[in-house]
Design a protein. Structure first.
Length: 131
């Protein structure tokens, strides 16, 4: 799992610095909607730690965290899964400046809009094959 303070490539840029900069700019400009954040380690066991660390990095600033049901897993890679939803929601409920969405999974026909068409095509084909 990638951490918030791991440098990207050969630069000194980290995911934490990106989060802090983007949220800071969006809030300084008083944009109508806060920065929209997709946390690192999507769908990985233990990723709730990354989600909470991302939230804490922006404590006091407006921020919107997306697809939270896929970012609230306890456990550890290679050691199993657990729910960490309670810890994540307790943090969210204590910070009114944050908003979240659940990232609902749709059953049946659905329409997707994405800039990542190879992934969307792959997932669409897999859903069609299983349905």
């Amino acid at each position: 799992m990638a951490g918030l303070d791991d440098t990207l490539g050969s630069s000194a840029v980290t995911p934490r610095k990106i989060l802090e900069t983007l949220a800071g700019v969006a809030n300084a400009l008083a944009l109508p909607h806060p920065v929209h954040i997709h946390c690192n380690n999507l769908g990985q066991p233990g990723n709730a730690a990354t989600t909470l660390e991302s939230m804490k990095a922006l404590s006091g600033q407006r921020a919107h965290f997306t697809h939270l049901q896929f970012h609230s897993y306890g456990g550890a890679p290679g050691k199993g899964w657990a729910s960490a939803a309670r810890e994540v929601m307790e943090y969210v409920n204590a910070h009114a400046e944050m908003s979240v969405d659940v990232g609902q999974v749709m059953f049946g026909a659905a329409t997707t809009v994405t800039a990542d068409s190879p992934v969307s095509t792959c997932c669409t084909r897999a859903a069609a094959a299983s349905g």
